[in-house]
Design a protein around this ligand. Structure first.
Ligand code: FAD
Length: 519
């Protein structure tokens, strides 16, 4: 069979036979799951970004780790096959694709694990790597009244997909990213070995895989820390005309002790005009709320800033919420009169972007291309970034949210594969472009490149989040003094460079020597 696979990878004439042969390959692999022919129109050749499309050889729907191990071992016996785990395909730049390779649909393993674990007074959930965070939320809260502590804004993402990056939202200032909230993983390495790892067991693999861009193993199970879920959330937006006051208040909130601040802190930049997607109408939390621009000073610039916060409470605490929230708001310097607030259930709050997805899908924008750019920018450079990028390059908006909020480096574990700017406080910047509402795809891609090039040229202390680079030099610069550790981890856990080829960091080499990809 290996000879057969080697042949079809090289021989296009054999493609017509693929459909017939899929079932014989499936049989010889003895998979509990199934195999489908890789088709350009299949989900394996697409992602949310909509900028790249490559044709895989097969799409595998495994039933669990054993199947995945068999697939990786099979690839390792060929000279050129690669394997990409595909979470929910919400990458932007083809990171979950494998040209001519084997794509593993992790969502088909979703139902395999779901185990609530009370251990020594703490609570955890064991879930499969292909589980969607929205299912983890609804099952944990409805069955047990518990929930993970650290989230992403949008929950139709897989556990393995976000743990391979970091997983960041407005809770990360307190609990760190999702990678700081797992205690054990089961991983299929690039050698096809099924390995359980944690801080104390196979720790190099554990920390390598967290933020490892899928390079060292496929996460088939994760143990996630839980906390008691609140019943309700007071969700509030306030507006600033000055970046200095916005950052002062955001940094104040993220550096307070637990119990003395909000439970969620984010922020975004919007245009100082009435554009429905980029301007004032993007602020109110409820269609019944109005944005009254007469509150904005005449001297305000082309962009304004919105601080978004949330306060958790239980139904029984309802009477004390006003006092606690007003006490916190009283310490902030937002523009008087520009506040929007609603009370929603905890699950409704966490599913807020999923609800927005339904609305955006209705007008067809969701399925178009998304040339998104995400960065971490050090506090020391964030004013320069605001002046040059937000106030100048992006003063007309990007056709979608432009997020910016502070995070604390001390909440991230340096042993993981994630790389961050220096300094304790840094900002996540997310340019979430929806093309029909903003510049064209070409212009957006060019603008993203211009922003990154400017950051490099101006010597900013920054890193790309969900990075996408084209050359070895760029990847080396991205990882900086962590590059050698990244390469060593690759040599240990995926020496033939089989895994996650769509990240374009390493290329599969028939001689089994790891070579950074040169384009
Ligand atoms: P995929 O895109 O399918 O895969 C991403 C990478 O991880 C690929 O290289 C893939 O091979 C690898 N991979 C996938 N599964 C596994 C696995 N089980 N084991 C090992 N490697 C694996 N990110 C945030 O941090 N915060 C946010 O608030 C946030 N919001 C988002 C909102 C939207 C609408 C979208 C589209 C994305 C958002 N993201 C956010 C980005 C998201 O974290 C990434 O897209 C991430 O890749 C997860 O998506 P996925 O599960 O679909 O993984």
């Amino acid at each position: 069979m290996i000879a057969y696979l080697g042949r079809i990878v090289h021989d296009n004439d054999a493609e017509s036979k693929l459909d017939d042969d899929v079932s014989s390959i499936s049989k010889s692999l003895d998979l509990q799951g199934s195999i489908e022919n890789g088709d350009v129109s299949s989900l394996a050749s697409k992602d949310f970004g909509g900028l790249y499309s490559v044709k895989p050889l097969f799409l595998i729907k495994p039933s669990g780790a054993e199947d995945i191990s068999r697939v990786v071992k099979l690839a390792s016996r060929t000279s050129n096959l690669t394997v990409a785990a595909r979470g929910n395909g919400h990458s932007i730049n083809g990171q979950a694709m494998a040209e001519g390779g084997l794509v593993i649909d992790m969502c088909s393993t979703e139902k395999n694990h779901f185990e609530f674990l009370p251990i020594n007074g703490s609570h955890y959930i064991d879930v499969s790597g292909g589980a969607l965070w929205e299912d983890v939320l609804t099952r944990c809260v409805s069955r047990y009244g518990y929930a993970p502590r650290s989230w992403t804004d949008y929950l139709s993402l897989t556990v393995g997909g976000t743990l391979s990056n970091a997983g960041v939202s407005g809770q990360a200032f307190r609990y760190g990213p999702q990678t700081s909230n797992v205690t054990e993983l089961e991983v299929v390495t690039g050698k096809g070995e099924i390995t359980v790892c944690s801080e104390t067991l196979n720790s190099e693999l554990f920390f390598g895989v967290l933020g490892g861009l899928g390079q060292f193993g496929i996460i088939t199970r994760a143990r996630i820390k839980l906390q008691q879920a609140p019943d309700m959330v007071r969700w509030i937006r306030v507006v600033y005309s000055e970046f200095e006051e916005f950052t002062r208040d955001a940094e104040f909130l993220v550096t307070q002790k637990e119990g003395e601040s909000f439970d969620y802190v984010e922020g975004f930049v919007f245009c100082n005009n009435d554009d429905p997607f980029n301007g004032w109408p993007s602020v109110p939390l409820d269609p019944g709320h109005e944005f009254n621009p007469t509150h904005i000073s005449q001297t305000a610039g082309s962009v304004l800033y919105c601080l978004e916060v949330a306060f958790h409470y239980r139904n029984s605490d309802h009477s004390t919420v006003d006092t606690a929230v007003n006490g916190l708001l009283g310490r902030l310097r937002f523009v008087e009169g520009l506040k929007s607030q609603v009370d929603v259930s905890y699950t409704k709050f966490l599913l807020r972007v999923n609800r927005a997805e339904e609305q955006v899908k209705a007008n067809g924008t969701w399925d178009g291309p998304h040339p998104w750019l995400n960065l971490f920018v050090s506090k020391s450079d964030v004013f320069n970034f605001d002046r040059t990028v937000f106030k100048t390059m992006l003063k007309d908006g990007v056709g979608g949210p432009m997020l910016i909020y502070p995070l604390l480096r001390s909440k991230w574990d340096d042993r993981t594969s994630v790389v961050l700017p220096e300094g304790e406080i840094f900002y996540i910047v997310a340019l979430l472009r929806f093309v029909p509402n903003g510049p064209s795809v070409e212009k957006s891609v060019a603008q993203n490149r211009e922003i990154v090039n400017w950051c490099i040229k101006a010597g900013l202390d920054f890193k790309l989040y969900l990075p996408h680079y084209q050359s070895k030099e760029d990847w080396e610069r991205h990882f900086g003094n962590r590059w050698s550790r990244f390469v060593e981890r690759k040599a240990s856990f995926d020496p033939m460079a089989i895994l996650a080829p769509g990240q374009n960091i390493f290329r599969r080499d028939p001689s089994n020597i790891i070579i950074s990809r040169e384009f």
